[in-house]
Design a protein around this ligand. Structure first.
Ligand code: 5GP
Ligand code: ZN
Length: 115
């Protein structure tokens, strides 16, 4: 837990979020500023700064986030049309919240590579 981390505050229910899935390890909620018709953030309850900090002790948890993302994509009916799962690391990638999260984006065609 990091006291001033906005996603840790969502984990602790100190600030509201539209939660679509949660369990002992993971919380998933809708992005406050969606970049696609469906835009969900999947985060570990544990504070990990980014995917760059995933090590042997958190590798299973990181994989579990991907598993849950696939489950949510099914719930959100994104599998047929396709979707994007992305994690930003650091300033050049535009990471604005330093708590590991996967963006699940879908519901429209997306360009690649991102601009
Ligand atoms: P990043 O830029 O770090 O990859 O992604 C952070 C994401 O968190 C952004 O898409 C932003 O809209 C979202 N976000 C930031 N603050 C909040 C918040 O308080 N609630 C929710 N639901 N999403 C947030
Ligand atoms: Zn945090």
């Amino acid at each position: 837990m990091a006291d001033n981390c906005i996603f840790c505050k969502i984990v602790r229910s100190e600030i509201p979020a539209t939660v679509v899935y949660q369990d002992e390890q993971v919380v998933a909620f809708r992005d406050i500023n969606p970049a696609a018709p469906t835009h969900i953030l999947i985060i570990p309850r544990e504070h990990i700064g980014s995917a760059a900090e995933v090590d042997a002790s958190s590798a299973l948890l990181a994989g579990y986030l991907v598993q849950i993302a696939a489950q949510i994509a099914k719930q959100e009916k994104l599998v047929e049309g396709g979707y994007r799962l992305v994690t930003n690391i650091g300033a050049d990638a535009g990471q604005s919240v330093p708590h590991l999260h996967f963006h699940l984006l879908g519901g429209r065609q997306m360009a690649w590579p991102p601009g």
